[in-house]
Design a protein around this ligand. Sequence first.
Ligand code: PHE
Length: 372
Amino acid sequence: LSACAQGGSTGGQQKELKVAILAPLSGPVPTFGVSTRDGALMAIDEWNAKGGVLGMKIVPIVEDSQCTPDPAVNAANKVIDQDGVKFIIGEVCSKASIPVSEIANAKGVIQISPTSTNEQVTVDANGNVKPYIFRACFIDPFQGFVGAKFATEQLGAKTAFVMLDQANDYVKGLATEFAKNFEMMGGKVVGTVSYTSTDTDFSVILGKIAEAKPDVVYLPDYYNIVNLVAKQAKEKGINVPFIGGDGWDSPDLDLAAAAGGYFTNHYSPDDPRPEVVNFLKAYGEKYKDESGNPKVPDALAALAYDAANVLLQAINDAGTTDTAKVKDTLEKITYKGVSGTITFDANHNPIKSAALLAVKPDGVKFETIVNP
Ligand code: PHE
């Protein structure tokens, strides 16, 4: 508060609060980056319109971290060491958020990933929480459970085939959680096959699926890979439903190819809660698509908006930008967000429900909500 008074008394030399946004604006999943940036910027703009936080104007620093460890680490070092940032929103992808978290935590910089669902983002290899690291989303043990429960109970699946990229922490973790839960629920995993993120021809794996005739295929990767696999599956006449996770959420998901599939997600724009309705309206007024129509925020936009808001609320409540105090405030906060209410458990993970969505040729439709 003294910063505010000083800023005012020295003739408009208002103090600034820098907040970094690490988002994959280029690389394999650019829609993730755009939505994340836009959701976080909208929250920051709203705070600035109300006078900022603790009398300071919030200055966003957006970096393209590419959903890839090295560029993400370089971006984190740049914002911390050169720009003097103490607060980071990002990254989106778990495999980029994990190495960033090591740096941020060691330097006492608060990092809130809006969307990284792998457990290792907030806990180290010994299972200890990283004090300065938080996230705004549920974690993959829950997401994998929800996918398995849906396959078992709603689709009546007894057998599943799992496809995964071993080099992607998110994909590997979610595939493992799905398989574990599916078998615990009485199902059988009849095949598990790996590919790499640079593969473009999936005919060998699809041949194995055609032979195994599973009731479902679990493909917990991002939309760019899902588009390739789903299209080739349709071309081969494979009609087994594909199930995936939040990584499918993109305006660039190939609906024609992925139709008949299902995925777990953090939020649905069809949710009638007033937080969602108001967010949709404000977002659509601020951001337009190429044809000038209001953009519909995806889960990444909603979670980035929530992550930025929960961070700024914590700084405001703490009454200081001292990150040791802000992290303590975050540990006790209750924030009613667009994606649900955020309170952090001992491992800095919010306990939140998941939405189950169905892909149809004309869009993604809300099916049901699953509570933890
Ligand atoms: N959960 C994914 C990860 O950890 C990121 C993601 C979240 C992608 C939400 C799309 C939507 O890598």
